[in-house]
Design a protein around this ligand. Structure first.
Ligand code: SF4
Length: 359
């Protein structure tokens, strides 16, 4: 941080102290990158004791249910199939084991950096069924839609998508209406908002009286957002603001949205530790149904369960902090993770563990 940034941070800390209403306040971030900024910049330690920051369901790896991991493992066992997945996903334990362990047992599981790499594998291996395990929020779904369109245009008929993507606004509704934790304000995700815009969050203020500010990712951005949220809370207001206006527009990225909803449509989906949320997932439209792994292979799984003792669901709902999980740092570490929140680079348990080690 340069001298100017340090001065700005000091000013923002002072502003937060002055604005602080004094009573217990819970603010939740729903973006793994914000979780990282908060931990790395020591923002928790800069805040008054009555202001608690909760890490919500903002890490796509962490919110993928054990049942969906089990499903991906079953798809990897299809004779002749290649299961392409992102790096963090391969180590996430399902009900019994992980994709990494499935690979050790003979499945052809490959780590890719983008959906386009999976498409390339399909193009180069026309005799293999290449299944891309697609996770992520509105940020990544447009590129998956684009890859499906490209597959269709180029006659690549051995490329399939196991679509586990999720959308953010509906999980915010579930959290807002829950009486488990009273959330006073949301630090809204910058990347997702760049796609969906500001409008889809307005219900938080109008229906639930909860403030939300779309935030950038620097320390100053996050502190500015926290100061803004505290001011609105102190003044008894409920508003949705866009502090990240250098990137986020009111209506989002309309080209990306039309790509996304040209290929996908909403469906019900299961969130780890939260349950099934109607309309919060994405499924491939019938028009592109021949690229839908579920339609092509129709594999379902039963008897799925979260790893024993893992409290990722409570972490993702803001009920506990990672270090309150009895397994944190003991039987669950980044080298030997029990739950996804310890695996992912954006998972709050892993971030808390690494930052604690760095102290
Ligand atoms: S510490 Fe490990 S077991 Fe506990 S909630 Fe986090 S990921 Fe799950």
């Amino acid at each position: 941080m340069n001298g100017k940034s340090k001065q700005n941070v000091a000013k923002l800390r002072k502003a937060i102290e002055n604005i602080n209403p004094g009573y217990a306040i819970n603010l939740m971030e729903v973006c793994g990158t914000h979780t990282m900024t908060i931990a790395r910049s020591g923002i928790r330690d800069m805040l008054p004791q009555n202001v608690r920051l909760l890490s919500g369901p903002g890490c796509p790896v962490c919110v993928t249910s054990a049942g969906d991991i089990d499903k991906a493992i079953e798809y990897s066992k299809i004779p002749g199939a290649v299961l392409a997945t992102f790096g963090d996903m391969i180590r996430v334990p399902g009900s019994r084991y992980s994709l990494s362990q499935a690979r050790a047992r003979g499945s052809d599981v490959r780590v890719v950096y983008s959906v386009y790499e999976a498409l390339k594998i399909a193009e180069s291996n026309p005799d293999r069924s290449v299944i891309f395990e697609s996770i992520g929020f509105e940020t990544t779904a447009p590129s998956v839609a684009d890859a499906i369109i490209r597959a269709k245009e180029n006659g690549i008929d051995n490329f399939y998508v196991l679509c586990l993507n999720k959308t953010v606004p509906r999980v915010l509704r579930v959290l807002s209406s829950s009486d488990e934790v009273r959330i006073n304000g949301f630090i809204l995700p910058g990347h997702v908002s760049a796609i969906i815009g500001v409008r889809p969050y307005r219900f938080l203020a109008s229906e639930y009286g909860i403030n939300g500010i779309i935030s950038g990712f620097d320390t100053e951005d996050v502190l500015l957002t926290i100061a803004g949220l505290l001011k609105h809370i102190r003044d008894g207001e409920a508003v949705i603001e866009n502090q990240y206006s250098r990137v986020v527009r009111e209506d989002g990225n309309t080209a990306a949205l039309s790509l996304l909803y040209g290929v996908f449509e909403p469906c019900d989906t299961a969130w780890r530790g939260i349950g099934t949320i109607p309309g919060s997932g994405l499924k491939i439209k019938d028009e592109y149904g021949s690229y839908d792994a579920e339609k092509r292979f129709g594999i379902s799984v039963t008897d799925t369960h979260e790893p024993r003792g893992c409290r990722c669901g409570d972490v993702l709902r803001g009920i506990i902090d990672p270090q309150d999980c009895p397994l944190f740092g003991k039987s669950c570490t980044p080298d030997r993770p029990v739950g996804p929140c310890m695996v992912s680079s954006e998972g709050s348990c892993g971030i808390w563990y690494r930052e604690r080690k760095a102290l």
